[in-house]
Design a protein around this ligand. Structure first.
Ligand code: NAP
Length: 346
């Protein structure tokens, strides 16, 4: 199969580096174009990307000259790891110029005509793309992936949808890598917990309901979500404790069976980045843990454990996912794989 040329907007940033690394060995996509700000324009990628990944900078990108984010330049399909301060304007201009923008930024996530996609959970939300094009006058499109903690919660809740989810209380323990580089100062986080992450609780409470909602995400799920978000001294992996009220009152064994049986379109289609299984159910009483389990499924699986009755709501459990893989670049690449499998990248 001939590979599809793709580019990265914001290629020099933390998420951009994840894109560059993961796309270097992708069977379907061929990374041919890197773009960032005026600061980086015209310079070799290795000289302007402060490489922070444990894998080496890919040879094919190291010497590539970084270009400006000019709509119409670069390939039709572009991934975006742009800073949210500029992503709204730049991504919109690229979509208007005919590019398909697969974005990791927050700007368009809650737009009713932009899919907020988790391929295992709401693949059908891609149905809004024709309306998006018509309403916005774009010849291209924008598709987004959720915030890094929302994606873990929504994937863990998806198999429980048919038990009538009524309310959810979630408390997170989020890794420092989710704050980008250099991120949280060491004197704030070492030996400490910071019980505030700006905007994070609101994102978990709204994005989750759009993802689990109907009519392409325009009708939010009727449940109510209460989120407490905390930064903890962990490098990678967002862990969360979740209590959920399920109207159908399934037994714990039935909940475990639903989580174990869960699979979505990526698993059925065998997409290159699809974890098999999407949700790893753990029996050990002290799992999942970020250091042991964040990399499961190549960082794309969500692990769930300690599934047991909740005396206040109905069911409670622990969920964990890799925030910079499943919560960022890996999620966007899986979105593009699903779109390609559905003929939406042509
Ligand atoms: P970052 O390291 O600060 O990178 C930002 C990127 O945007 C850089 O490539 C930068 O290019 C580019 N940029 C900034 N201003 C620009 C301009 N005026 N024109 C063109 N390009 C410009 O940020 P990040 O941590 O990778 O996050 C990127 C996005 O992903 C954000 O929207 C963030 O909220 C979201 N996100 C991050 C994570 C995470 O784990 N870090 C997880 C989920 C979502 P230069 O290098 O040339 O300045």
């Amino acid at each position: 199969m001939e590979r599809i040329d793709v580019g990265v907007l914001g290629a020099t940033g933390m998420v951009g580096q994840q894109f560059v690394s993961r796309l270097a060995r992708h069977p379907w996509f061929n990374l041919t174009w890197l773009a960032a700000s005026e600061r980086s324009e015209g310079k070799a990628y290795k000289d302007v990307a402060p490489w922070r990944l444990s894998t080496p900078i890919p040879d094919a990108s190291a010497g590539r000259v970084v270009e400006a984010c000019t709509p119409g330049r670069g390939p039709k399909v572009v991934f975006s790891g742009l800073d949210a301060a500029v992503a709204g304007e730049i991504e919109g201009a690229f979509a208007a110029a005919g590019h398909i923008v697969v974005s990791n930024a927050r700007n368009y996530r809650m737009d009713p005509l932009v899919p907020l996609l988790i391929p295992e959970v709401n693949a059908e939300h891609l149905q809004v793309l024709p309306e998006q094009r018509a309403a916005k006058g774009w010849t291209g499109a924008i598709v987004t992936n959720p915030n890094c903690s929302t994606i873990v919660l929504a994937l863990a809740l998806a198999p429980l949808r048919h038990f009538d989810i009524r309310s959810v209380i979630v408390s997170t323990m989020q890794a420092v890598s989710g704050a980008g580089y250099p991120g949280v100062p060491s004197l704030d986080i070492l030996g400490n917990v910071v019980p505030f992450i700006g905007g994070e609780e609101e994102k978990m409470q709204t994005e989750t309901l759009k993802i689990l909602g109907s009519d392409g995400g325009r009708v939010p799920h009727a449940a109510v979500v209460s989120a407490h978000t905390n930064r903890v001294p962990v490098i990678d992996g967002h862990t969360m404790t979740v209590s959920v009220d399920l109207g159908e009152k399934p037994s714990p064994e039935t909940v475990v069976a639903a989580l174990r049986a869960f699979k979505g379109r990526p698993q059925e289609l065998g997409l290159p980045s699809a974890p098999q299984p999407a949700i790893v159910v753990m029996d050990e009483p002290n799992r999942p843990q970020p250091r042991l389990d964040a990399d499961l499924g190549g960082g794309m699986a969500v692990s769930v454990g300690r599934i047991r009755p909740c005396p206040v709501l109905h069911t409670r459990f622990v969920a964990l996912g890799h925030n910079t893989v499943r919560g960022a670049a890996g999620a966007a690449i899986l979105n593009a794989e699903l779109m390609h499998a559905q003929g939406l990248l042509g």
